[in-house]
Design a binder for this molecule. Sequence first.
Ligand code: F6R
Length: 646
Amino acid sequence: MSTATLPQKRSDIAYRPVGQFEETRFEKIHNVIFDSSSKASILVAQEIAELVRKKQEKGLPCVLGLATGSSPIRVYEELVRMHQEEGLSFANVVTFNLDEYLPMEKDNRQSYWYFMHEHLFNHVDIPEENINIPDGTLTGDTIIPYCLAYEQKIMDAGGLDFQLLGIGRTGHIGFNEPGSHRNSGTRVITLDHITRVDAAPSFLGIDNVPRRAITMGIATVQSAKRVVLLGWGQNKADIIKKTVEGEISSEVPATYLQEHTNCTFVLDNGAGSKLTRNKTPWLVDESLQWTETLTAKAVLWLSITLGKSILSLTDKDYNDNGMSGLLALQDSYDLNIKMFNRLQHTITGWPGGKPNADDTSRPERATPEKKRVIIFSPHPDDDVISMGGTFDRLIEQGHEVHVAYQTSGNIAVTDTEALKFAEISKNINPSKEVDDLITSIKSKTESSIDTLEIRKLKGSIRRSESYAATRYLNLADEYVHFLDLPFYETGTVKKNSLTQDDIDIMVDIIDKVKPHQIYAAGDLADPHGTHSVCLDAVFAALETLKTASYMKDCWVWLYRGAWHEWDIHEIEMAVPMSPAQVLKKRSAIFCHQSQKDDVMFQGDDTREFWMRAEERNKNTADKYRKLGLAEYAAMEGFVRHHFMSS
Ligand code: F6R
């Protein structure tokens, strides 16, 4: 990326991020898409820094509207770095935060006051009196005059020069939930259920999430001279599409930004993936370069959209759906057969390769016949949830399978569950340590952090459950590794960043096993979540080991978790399961009893993990059937990661 600033308008052609098409027929908000949210955040921070400096030169205050949540964290990190290393001063900066929960004390770890100080204010030279964050302790009649005064204070400061936003899955900006009026100002709002579900993990359960908040209004946000909205991860893809391409509606408050004349959405590939120009570019761009991947994506889309098998697609189907360019190169008969074969070749019951078989059109190599395999599982149950069927086959087919649990998963065990095990332990072998443990579990409050002992207990509950599952799949204990990566061990939902210690542990296990195959979780739904940090740890270890001779024979396969599945055109290996294998996989998932019935971090899907996994695997099989291939009960899908060329 050559330029340091974000483009302010569409015609800013000097700025051309990766994957950006000129064609934006369906789009009503200027947006730019980046490969990495981190790089994008740095550019946003640079734009803010530039503004702060310009204002400084003129001796003027710089008025920033700021957001909290996971989206802006990297921007704040970069601003702090610029302050510490490049002398960027915040002495002339006045800030107004978008919102605060109600009720909420400042010193509560979940307060936005706490968040802003932790991520930004404590590390820069902003005068305390220049910081404005709605007061979550107000009650009754004091709130309305306070909100009016907040608006007035923004105006008195000269209005917002720059407003940073995230977007909620409801389409909220600030906490302007669906139903918000375009003329709304700072006020009290009742939070949407989805918003509370999304906040639940940080509050250790939805019941602890406040029901109300004070938020700047839509009109307050719109009054800013410049607005930048950050959107990261596939979780945001649907709402970004609705906001950028849909009609303006109070049901999706962020659509009001279509009326702002200086607004940019800064997205990563995941968040931008459902925009028409990315999802179905053939509908907007006549002069597409038809690569093999794009062709597969288009043909499978056409087949599924029209409800016809691949082999039944006609010239007319292609021509009517923006794909006449494809037919210029080959007729539909040849194209259909080519795409059918491509898909057919992804299916294999031999995920470790089929011994003594011609492997030219199989997803995996036939040799070596017995492979060494590492399955990296971010939490202690992702292995069976996401690839239990394939795991089972690899063992049955005689490969040396290792499973490496990257994190202890202790945070997802409830106190009730921990107490149960502590009491059992006390009954068998009473001791002061266990008594202390029981007392510390019982005396926990909503916001207290688990002690090291409680974490150990919770982690060992998950270890025992993992052993139950791996033993059930006939894997000897010596092949089961618990890495307990340090980045995870904070005792809270918020994790540390990856450090060299984490990467060294990953490198170590790979170097010991010298695998021919690595399986890793390729979830990118939440770019700041544990799965994605665990994937970064895998990638960092691969990078370190690139030059090791055994790595030339190592293939890396990415699976997806309980949250979402690969698109069908992406799948490079599909491992079918019989009805009996589906049940076996279910039983393996059941071994993780602390995660059954009462899942702590389940998002807005109230089903247990085994149900989600079964549905995903059945859906994949269904799609293959609808595309005209054989009908299986279920399928697990994998994408190969070519790390040597990355
Ligand atoms: C935060 C705020 C919210 C968040 C939005 C996205 O001050 O007002 O609108 O920006 O909920 O949250 P994250 O970034 O956590 O996905």
